[in-house]
Design a protein around this ligand. Structure first.
Ligand code: SAH
Length: 349
């Protein structure tokens, strides 16, 4: 087996400083390297003007320095959304989405190559799980998008993968992205979406982070949720909701519940009543998303009138609701679809 190279961009500042010292360099050289990586988001060692040439050469030969370059780019003519396909060092590919909003630009990053959660409506579930992303690979999706589009203000971990199934990398990613000596993005502008891995939600609540948690609910009760999301076999819907409410209490952050509306499956008036009952008094916020049709699946999105009616019913029952503005509908909107298309095309090629 080949020895794993030290992964520079996944290290904390203290770790980079200790690494520099162990390599016979001064500690402050480590700090300079860290700032080049995270405050300046250098795309190569060449940009790191104040570091000794010999050390940079040694680093480039012996260490991993993760930089992502776009393999493909799709730009929405409708709203300027850009979808990127990035190649990883081992040949895997990940999807990242840049979304321009009036209040600031946002990036949606992937946390794994593929996913093992198996949600029935999701394109990322189709090929299964390949591997976890490193903290550097998650971070670089943000940095690479910023190199092309300028500074972004919000990051959502809602791309391919289940972030809490790659827990350590996710937490390290959040700490690095928000570090005041690095990129320094406010944790309040970072949202992590989970299908509901209860033990990890409980652990996350104790990390002292200020990120927003979103729970992918997609059903008003355990029976319907089981039909859509195999994770419900492991954690009951009530358990998942309670874990999120405990997260909100421990962190002071509001929790969002995501609900993708699928025609004839979870979009009836009765479903809305049930959902309101489930979330009554929780203070949580519901985000309604008309499901994105996935080529390999038969689900259809709810009609506009059904979406509006669902929203009204929730509001009447005292639940806060927004309908997610859809972005990039003309460019393989649903997560994982660009990656799937790339994989099948390169296989055929
Ligand atoms: N694994 C995490 C994050 C990735 S998915 C999670 O489950 O939350 C981000 C969001 O998109 C989730 O709410 C997911 O359920 C939803 N989603 C997946 N496929 C979708 C589709 N075809 N249409 C609408 N939403 C979808």
């Amino acid at each position: 087996m080949t020895e794993k190279k030290p992964d520079l961009k996944s290290m904390t500042r203290e770790e980079v400083e200790a690494f520099a010292e162990a390599a016979g360099e001064k500690r402050y050289r480590g700090r300079q390297l860290y700032e080049w990586m995270h405050a300046h988001q250098a795309a190569s060692f060449d940009e790191m003007k104040n570091l000794p040439e010999a050390w940079k050469r040694r680093l480039s030969e012996t260490c991993e320095y993760t930089v992502l370059t776009p393999l493909r780019r799709q730009v929405s003519a409708e709203d300027g959304t850009k979808k990127y396909l990035f190649a990883l060092a081992d040949g895997h590919v990940v999807e990242t989405v840049f979304m321009p909003y009036r209040f600031g630009n946002s990036v949606c990053v992937s946390s794994q190559v593929g996913c093992r959660m198996g949600c029935r409506f999701c394109a990322s579930a189709i090929g299964g799980w390949e591997r976890d992303l490193t903290p550097a690979e998650i971070l670089e999706q943000v940095y690479a998008v910023e190199r092309e589009n300028g500074k972004i203000s919000h990051v959502v971990v809602m791309g391919t993968g289940e972030p809490l199934d790659n827990y350590d990398s996710l937490v390290r990613f959040v700490r690095l992205l928000s570090d005041e000596n690095g990129r320094h993005l406010s944790q309040r502008n970072i949202t992590v979406s989970t299908c509901g891995l209860v033990p990890q939600i409980k652990k996350l609540a104790q990390e002292g982070l200020q990120i927003t948690l979103a729970l992918s609910l997609h059903a008003p009760d355990q029976k319907k949720r089981l039909e859509l999301m195999p994770v419900a076999n492991r954690y009951d819907i009530h358990e998942a909701v309670e874990a999120c409410l405990a997260y909100a209490k421990d962190t002071g952050r509001r929790v969002t519940f995501e609900y993708s509306l699928i025609e004839g499956v979870n979009d009836s008036g009765e479903d809305a009543e049930q959902l309101a009952l489930l979330l009554k008094g929780s203070g949580g916020h519901v985000n309604l998303i008309p499901v994105n049709p996935v080529a390999e699946r038969t689900f259809r999105r709810s009609r506009r009138a059904a979406v509006e009616a669902f929203k009204n019913k929730l509001e009447k029952n005292g639940i806060n609701v927004t309908i997610r503005r859809e972005m990039g509908r003309d460019i393989d909107g649903a997560c994982g679809q660009l990656r799937r298309r790339h994989i099948s095309e390169t296989r055929e090629g």
